[in-house]
Design a protein around this ligand. Structure first.
Ligand SMILES: CC(C)(COP(=O)(O)OP(=O)(O)OC[C@H]1O[C@@H](n2cnc3c(N)ncnc32)[C@H](O)[C@@H]1OP(=O)(O)O)[C@@H](O)C(=O)NCCC(=O)NCCS
Length: 177
C-alpha cells in the first residue's frame, strides 16, 4: 500500500485519539505511563502519522517530554497501527523515522514501555538494569531505555518524572497506582 509518513497536526488529534482507543482500549489512561503525560502536550516535532495516499490514517506515534531524575528525556508512545493493518511494517517504519528525527533534534535519551522483542532491534535495553525507576507499577521487562547519543546512559539513574515537576528529586519514592 502506498503511504507517507507526515508530521501530525492538531487537525489529526481526533482521529489519533480514536485510533488509540481502538488499539489500547478506553481504559488506556489508567496506565502508569499516562501519569507522566497527563496534562502535558506531546512533542509536536516528534508526532508522526502514516497516511495512505487517499488521506486515510494508518498509524500514529507520539513522544512526551519527561525527566529521568533531573535529566531531560523523551517517552516513546503511544505507537498504534490500525488493527486491520498490523504486521505490515507501519509500526517499525514510524519508530525508525521518529527515532532518527529525535537524534537529529538533539534528544539524548528515550524511554519506552513496550514489548522487548519489538524495541530491542532499535537498541533499547532494560531500564531497570540501567538504574531507572518508574513512578508506579510497570512490568519490568517492558520498561526500556535507548541512548540516542553515545554514552548518554553513563551514570544515569533515578525515577522518571513529569517534565513540569518543580523538583523531580522530590518525587523519588515510587507510588502505587
Ligand atoms: C505493536 C504494533 C505497534 C506493531 O506495529 P505493526 O505495524 O503491527 O508491526 P510491524 O509490521 O512494524 O512489525 C511486525 C514485527 O513486529 C513483531 N511484533 C509485533 N508485535 C510485537 C510484540 N508485541 N512483541 C514482539 N514483537 C512484536 C511481529 O512479530 C513482526 O516481526 P517480524 O518483522 O519478525 O515478522 C501494532 O501491532 C499495534 O498497534 N498494536 C496494538 C497497540 C500496541 O500494542 N502498541 C504497542 C506499543 S508498545
Amino acid at each position: 500500500m502506498s503511504y507517507e509518513i507526515q508530521q501530525a497536526t492538531p487537525a489529526d488529534d481526533a482521529q489519533i485519539e480514536a485510533l488509540l482507543d481502538r488499539t489500547f482500549g478506553y481504559d488506556r489512561k489508567q496506565r502508569t505511563s499516562y501519569r507522566l503525560r497527563d496534562g502535558i502536550a506531546p512533542l509536536p516535532r516528534l508526532s508522526f502519522v502514516a497516511r495512505h495516499a487517499d488521506g486515510g490514517l494508518l498509524a500514529s506515534i507520539r513522544y512526551w517530554p519527561i525527566r529521568i531524575a533531573r535529566t531531560p528525556a523523551i517517552l516513546l508512545g503511544p505507537l498504534a497501527v490500525e488493527p486491520a493493518l498490523q504486521g505490515q511494517g507501519y509500526g517499525k517504519a514510524l519508530v525508525r523515522h521518529s527515532l532518527s528525527e529525535a537524534k537529529r533534534q538533539g534528544h539524548r535519551l528515550c524511554v519506552v514501555i513496550g514489548a522487548p522483542g519489538y524495541y530491542e532491534p532499535f537498541g533499547f535495553v532494560s531500564a531497570p538494569a540501567a538504574g531507572l525507576v518508574m513512578p508506579g507499577p510497570v512490568a519490568p521487562e517492558r520498561f526500556q531505555v535507548l541512548a540516542l547519543r553515545a554514552g548518554a546512559l553513563a551514570g544515569l539513574h533515578g525515577v522518571l518524572g513529569r517534565t513540569d515537576a518543580a523538583d523531580p528529586e522530590s518525587d523519588r519514592a515510587p507510588r502505587r497506582a
